[in-house]
Structures are given as C-alpha cells and as structure tokens.
Design a binder for this molecule. Structure first.
Ligand code: HEM
Length: 137
C-alpha cells in the first residue's frame, strides 16, 4: 500500500520515542509534584506498568502501532476507567499534568493543542461516567 501523504499525529510527535518521552514526563510530574497528589494516590506504587501501558495506548490513539488494542481485544479506554472513582479534582489533575508534560517534553504546540482538546473531552466523559455510576449505586 502506498504511504499516506498526510503525517499522523504519531509521526508529528516523534513516533515511539516522542510518545515515551511525553509519558515519562507525565508520570515523573505525577510522582514528584504535590499538585498531583490525589491523582498519584489512585495509582499503584509501581508506575512502570502504567508507563508501558499509556505509551502503547497513546501510540495507537495517535495513529501508530496498535499493540495496546491487539493485546486487549475489545478493550475500551472509557470502560477501563469506570469504577475508578474519578472526581473533578483528579480529572483536572490528569489534564493539567498532561498539558504540562506536553509543554516540557517539547511537543509541537499545534499537535499539543489538538491532543489537549481531546484529553479534555475524554477526561470530562470519564468524570460524567463516574458520577453516573455514583448516582446509580
Ligand atoms: C480523567 C482523569 C483520569 C484519571 C483520574 C485516570 C486514572 C487512572 C488510573 C488510577 C489508572 C490505573 C492505574 C494503576 O493501575 O496504577 C488508569 C489507567 C489508565 N489510564 Fe487513566 N485516568 C484518567 C484519564 C485518562 C485518559 C484521558 C487516558 C487516555 C488518553 C488514560 C489512559 C489510561 C490507560 C491507557 C490506562 C491503563 C489501562 C490498561 O492498560 O489496562 N487515562 N488511569
């Protein structure tokens, strides 16, 4: 098949290395900065598996290799977050840490703006799902 003339966001972020740099910065910030303490507390003490998982998810989501989906047939990122008890505070911390990680890992601002808009929508949807679950408990 001929290669697409339009570079994917995965290409524009610098491929696998670019995604890994972003994800590493995101979890380093979450681990080190008190602004993200509540978000950090939701995660396992060992962040290594999450570094691998989020790198694979974002690579696929940005148009790169589909490993995350291949090893989890039928998986849905929204369903994966149901029952995590996401709050307004932890959703805001996630979006803030990711925005900061994009700036600090030098993601092209045009690419970062597109990603940020999608992250905001996803985080809001995850928050609404969590509230919905709470209301039906
Ligand atoms: C709304 C704010 C969010 C919160 C509070 C949150 C929190 C969490 C937590 C606590 C985990 C499990 C961590 C562990 O087991 O140590 C997790 C897993 C994960 N999250 Fe989020 N998350 C949020 C938004 C997102 C978004 C927007 C994405 C994607 C763009 C995402 C991608 C992932 C992935 C890929 C996993 C691993 C799931 C797996 O591979 O099975 N999260 N998240």
């Amino acid at each position: 098949m001929p290669e697409s003339p339009v570079p994917s966001l995965f290409d524009r972020i610098g491929g696998e290395d670019g995604v890994r740099a972003l994800v590493d910065r995101f979890y380093d910030l979450m681990d080190d900065h008190p602004d993200y303490a509540q978000l950090r507390a939701m995660h396992d003490s060992n962040l290594f598996p999450m570094r691998v998982s989020l790198t694979q998810f974002l690579a696929a989501w940005l148009g790169g290799p589909r490993t995350w989906f291949d090893v989890r047939p039928g998986a849905c990122i929204m369903s994966a977050h149901r029952g995590m008890g996401i709050s307004r505070q932890t959703a805001a911390q996630w979006v803030h840490a990711m925005s900061r990680a994009m700036a600090e890992s030098r993601v092209d601002p045009a690419v970062g703006a597109q990603m940020q808009a999608s992250f905001l929508r996803m985080a809001n949807a995850m928050l609404l799902n969590a509230r919905d679950q709470e209301a039906h408990r």
